[in-house]
Design a protein. Sequence first.
Length: 328
Amino acid sequence: MRRITRRSFAVSSVAAATSALFTPARAQAYPARPVTLIVPWGAGGGSDATARIVATLLEKELGQPFNVVNRTGGSGATGHAEIAAAAPDGYTIGMLTVEIAMLHWQALTQLAPRNFTPLALMNEDPPGVQVSTSSPYRTAKELMDAIKLAAPGRFKASGTGQGGIWHLALVGWMQAMGLPANQVAWSASNGAAPAMQDLVAGSLDLTTCSVPEARATIEAHQARSLAVMALARNPSFPDVPTLKETLGVDYSTSSWRGIGAPRGLAPDIATRLTGALKKVYDSTAFKEFMTGRGFGTVWRDAGQFETFMDQADRQMGQAMKAAGFAKA
């Protein structure tokens, strides 16, 4: 039997203590201090609201504050850049939105989905096709039949600024129907709310913003949604059919929000965060919050989110090239 002397015990104790001192903390110890969650959009909007409910529930799951910080500017480029430039230690994460698959095509930033560590996709809101209640078109088929017969530019639509996500949704829809990208003229607006006002006033024929954004006008019986550009109906709006149901065209796109981190995040921390986000997503509090606002919920884990962003990047690039917005 090996004899343990007082000296050998002391040496081994010092070695163990020294090893513990210089061994990096593993995922079990994460997070050991507050975490910053950057949102590339202003306070009060849908991205901000989604980020804050996620942050609140992450605090309960992981036992540390998750502080939401809004970094606006550059159509989302400023906030996404700050997420990408942060240390990949898990203490700065952020909300990744559809714009990260768009901005580099317009040469507004060099950032693209590959510059981030994807953690989870949690929200997806497809565009709807809205008309005013005074419109003669009661279905998406009636509207599309009229658009096909009309001269290019005769019909006018809006929902966001020139080259924004809802504009590209319209371009993609026209392409899917075999029509020119400019078959329906785009009237730039400062967002869905003013576009819906213009629709009601009669200066637009349709809008292609999300149905949740059009909800107040629809519930006021001033507009109706004819279809949604999604693979399935939104449970919050079960009476609105998909384009495939009403037109037979298999086209879908969306505005989306997920959580990511700087590229190079340690795999164990990434796994811990994705696991916590799944618990947040499955919680009653998250589902009730999102459903109550009409926001769509969808879960894609880190790997699925990465694939999804790559697909979105290609789709946005195709639409921008067709509309003439892509820059070399």
